[in-house]
Design a protein. Sequence first.
Length: 259
Amino acid sequence: MDLGIAGKKAIVCASSKGLGRGCAEALAAAGVDLVMCARGAQALAEAADAIREAYGVHVTTVACDITTESGQSEVLAAGKGADILVTNAGGPPPGKWSDWDREDFIKALDANMLTPIALMKGCLPGMIDKGWGRVVNITSQSVKAPIPVLGLSNAARTGLTGYVAGTARQVAEYGVNINNMLPGIHATNRAEALDGGVAKAQNITLEEARKRREATIPARRYGTPEEFGAMCAYLCSQHAGFIVAQNILLDGGATNATI
């Protein structure tokens, strides 16, 4: 399927690896030029080189912390005129309700709620002026069904979801669509870190921790960055113009809910 977005420009956050990389790859395969950002300069440069070579698109890199005002300013400057924005940032650490103080919540809100909002505010005016734009926020399946050990993430990402629900309906008339993707467990460094925590707590191997988690997923496997990226690219395509303010689960059926 021709997604109809060749030649457009996308900002893809935290895109040196994991789900962000999957989204960047899928957009590049559709002919989209990229502004990629991540904290690790070397990994980012390697990812950008691989994408340039594979797809022949123009790729600009910005090594920064996207959760800071300076990082956001740098990325928005590099991505001026972007048609597509994919927001993404690493989730806060797991724990228990009694572990978290005000500062922990502030950090989570900065990373997983206020950063995407700042990036949207930076990109939406230009998209509205052009009469076309796509925003995809990578959130979490915990927005649909909270995960007890991820209380910080539950709170921040649900706050972002509420913001998007209203904002998306305000900008849709201008041809700008905002939607959220809610990943379950995918085969990324984040999953390995979470499995590592379980392995340590339960005194089992990392492999056993993964097998136990896979057994809780109806699909009986972890998702892949490639299939996640394919959905992102579709939401950013010309064919997704009637999809507004939706929260799309990609969790292998793990969230036990009717709607």
